[in-house]
Every structure is written in structure tokens, then in C-alpha cells.
Design a protein around this ligand. Structure first.
Ligand SMILES: Nc1ncnc2c1ncn2[C@@H]1O[C@H](COP(=O)(O)OP(=O)(O)OP(=O)(O)O)[C@@H](O)[C@H]1O
Ligand SMILES: Cc1ncc(C[n+]2csc(CCOP(=O)(O)O)c2C)c(N)n1
Ligand SMILES: [Mg+2]
Ligand SMILES: [Mg+2]
Ligand SMILES: [Mg+2]
Length: 318
């Protein structure tokens, strides 16, 4: 028996989520339970979209890489992105802080400024939270959203023949991470993309209105997150690299660091682009571009029709 047996690392992030969620009977008020970017719950006067994501110092951010304001913006942005991925518009966020006693209070006030700034970009505010002591800085954000009259776009509705499309940047945050890890601070475009994503919030509701059959935000990596649409929908997905734009900036950074920029695009997380599938006939909505097709269930996630030989994205504890 290895010392790792029975640990969360041995089980793995996604198998652990499955283990703790399967077999639980949800109350009737849970219209959509765990397994998607957000839950949908019934309220007497409507439906509420609800999602939460935790950011941990040293895992999701470093205070020598990012300002507290940038970290605060990121913590809110990654949550609002999950609301958008359901086809909903955010209504509010609540924030939890855990931090050590010697953390300068200005770090917390600046984090809150960043949170209010990002919330403000989406037309909402911070309506509550919590503050507790801990050994390291941990930020937990819960975002709520409103579907208005739209149906939620889940991960499970993709059908073979649908078009696979994305909205937003791919590979920029991963390029920024590679730059920061080597001790550099420029080019600032990719470094800032790592410090704080700019998710295309409006593209989610727009995709829902245009009849998107499935949607997810890209937090872990394009191929890894497409894997969630594939398993939830019971389909395969093929990404066509000729449809993937690898920008000049990413190529330049790749050359400077001796890294493959296409790998950042295919497997880099944290840009929080949206990926969605659409019926094959009809134009894609504004801001969306085609990157591939939905294939048969047994084909898995492929790149130009072939299996990709590397990890598809981030997985905690791996
Ligand atoms: N402890 C838990 N109990 C119940 N559901 C959980 C738990 N942890 C995760 N989930 C659910 O599992 C699903 C997948 O979670 P995951 O965090 O991978 O999604 P995400 O927030 O879209 O991605 P990311 O965290 O990478 O941004 C979500 O529906 C989430 O609510
Ligand atoms: C200091 C530092 N080291 C590594 C990374 C890279 N990283 C951390 S979590 C994650 C996936 C998304 O997280 P989650 O699945 O929790 O939403 C990625 C790509 C970082 N951002 N900061
Ligand atoms: Mg998500
Ligand atoms: Mg999450
Ligand atoms: Mg993740």
C-alpha cells in the first residue's frame, strides 16, 4: 500500500466530487443540482442560479505576482463566469475571507476594492460575506444569478453534428503563468491575463438566446473542460486547430520561453472563455467563433481527429 492510498490525491478531484454528490437526493427546490457550472434553485418568486469557487494563496494566486486588487477582481470574475456559462446574468456576490492575524488590513481592503470593481463591471455589488482566521489567505466567493426567461444551458445537451464554438481568450493566462513562473513580469498583456481574467459575461446569455445546446466556462483548460461536456452529454468533441487562433503575442511568448503556444490554447485554464455547442444550421451569435464539432460518443476529445497526447488541463492534487 502506498502512503498516498485513500487520500484525496489518490482519488482525484473529479472522482471525489462524484463520490460526495452521487446518491444524494436533492429536494424538489433544487431544479439543477451539482455537476454543472452552477446550480439552479427554485425560489417562491422565481429561479436563482448559485455557484461558489474558492481561491487559495499559493495555489490560485501569489501576492508577489498580483496586487490584492487584481486577486479580488479574479475571485469575483471566476464566479461570474460560471453564472454566464449557465446563460444567466449575475445578481450579487458574497465573499468569505480566511486569513492569518499578521496580514496587513490593507490587503483585505484592497481585495474588497477589486471585488467591488469586478462586480461593478457586471452591474452588481457585494451583498455579504464572512471573515475568519486561518494559516493562509483563502477567498471564497458565492455568486448568484438570474436566468430571466431563459432556460439554463447545461453541460449535457450537446448532440453529434452540433458546432463547437468559443467566446473569449484561450491560452493567455497560461502564457502569463509560464512568464511569472520564470520570474519575468512582461509582456504585461499575458501577465495581466493570468492576474485577472476578462470573461465575456454577455456571451453566455447571448448563447442561451441563440439556442446553445451545452455550455461551460474554461477554468481548467479547453480540452479538460470539453471533457465535462462530453461526459455529461454522452458525445465526443473534436477541436480543429485550423480554427484556433494562436495570436502573435502568444507565439512570441512561446518562442521566448521555448514553449508551445498551441498547448497553452488547448490546455491552459483561467482565461474563463466560454465554450458552447450550437445546432449545425444557423449563424453563431455575436462574439462566438467556431472551433470544432460534436462527434460520436465513442470518439472522446480529439484534436484534428486524433487523441491529444498530454493532460487536457489543471486538476487539483495532481
Ligand atoms: N463538495 C461539493 N459538494 C457538492 N458539489 C460539489 C462539491 N465540489 C464541487 N461540486 C460540484 O461539482 C461540479 C464541478 O465543480 P468544478 O469546481 O469543477 O466546476 P467549476 O466551478 O465550473 O470549475 P472550476 O472550479 O474549475 O472553475 C459543480 O457543479 C460543483 O458545484
Ligand atoms: C500561484 C499559482 N500557481 C498556479 C496557478 C495555475 N492554476 C491554479 S488553479 C488553476 C485551475 C483553475 O482553478 P480552479 O479549478 O480551482 O477553478 C490553475 C491553472 C495559479 N493561478 N497560481
Ligand atoms: Mg465552470
Ligand atoms: Mg468550482
Ligand atoms: Mg477546476
Amino acid at each position: 500500500m502506498s502512503p498516498n492510498d485513500g487520500t484525496v490525491a489518490a482519488i482525484g478531484e473529479f472522482a471525489l466530487i462524484q463520490a460526495v454528490t452521487e446518491g444524494r437526493r436533492q429536494p424538489a427546490s433544487t431544479l439543477l443540482g451539482p455537476g454543472d457550472d452552477a446550480a439552479v434553485v427554485a425560489a417562491p418568486d422565481g429561479r436563482v442560479v448559485a455557484t461558489t469557487d474558492v481561491l487559495v494563496q499559493g495555489v490560485h494566486f501569489r501576492l508577489d505576482w498580483s496586487s490584492p486588487e487584481q486577486v479580488g477582481r479574479k475571485a469575483v470574475a471566476v464566479n461570474l463566469s460560471d453564472v454566464a456559462a449557465m446563460g444567466a446574468k449575475p445578481t450579487t456576490v458574497l465573499v468569505g475571507f480566511a486569513c492569518p492575524p499578521d496580514l496587513p488590513a490593507t490587503v483585505v481592503t484592497e481585495l474588497m476594492n477589486g471585488m467591488w470593481a469586478e462586480a461593478g463591471r457586471a452591474g452588481i455589488g457585494v451583498s455579504g460575506g464572512d471573515m475568519v482566521s486561518a494559516d493562509q489567505l483563502v477567498i471564497s466567493v458565492t455568486a448568484l444569478g438570474d436566468l430571466e426567461d431563459r432556460e439554463p444551458v447545461t453541460r449535457s445537451g450537446a448532440r453529434p453534428g452540433d458546432v463547437l464554438a468559443v467566446s473569449g481568450r484561450l491560452g493567455w493566462a497560461a502564457a502569463g503563468l509560464a512568464v511569472l513562473r520564470r520570474g519575468f513580469r512582461s509582456p504585461v498583456g499575458v501577465v495581466n491575463a493570468q492576474r485577472c481574467p476578462e470573461p465575456p459575461y454577455e456571451a453566455g446569455p447571448r448563447a442561451a438566446l441563440a439556442g446553445a445546446t451545452a455550455m461551460i466556462d474554461i477554468s481548467d483548460g479547453l480540452l479538460a473542460d470539453l471533457g465535462h461536456i462530453a461526459s455529461a452529454s454522452g458525445v465526443g468533441l473534436d477541436v480543429q486547430t485550423t480554427d484556433l487562433e494562436v495570436s502573435t503575442r502568444l507565439r512570441e511568448v512561446g518562442t521566448a520561453l521555448g514553449a508551445d503556444p498551441l498547448r497553452w490554447v488547448l490546455t491552459g485554464g483561467e482565461d474563463h472563455a466560454l465554450a458552447a455547442t450550437f445546432p449545425p444550421f444557423g449563424d453563431l451569435p455575436e462574439g462566438w467563433r467556431r472551433i470544432g464539432t460534436v462527434t460520436m460518443p465513442d470518439s472522446g476529445i480529439t484534436v484534428d481527429g486524433k487523441e491529444y497526447g498530454h493532460e487536457g488541463g489543471w486538476e487539483h492534487w495532481r
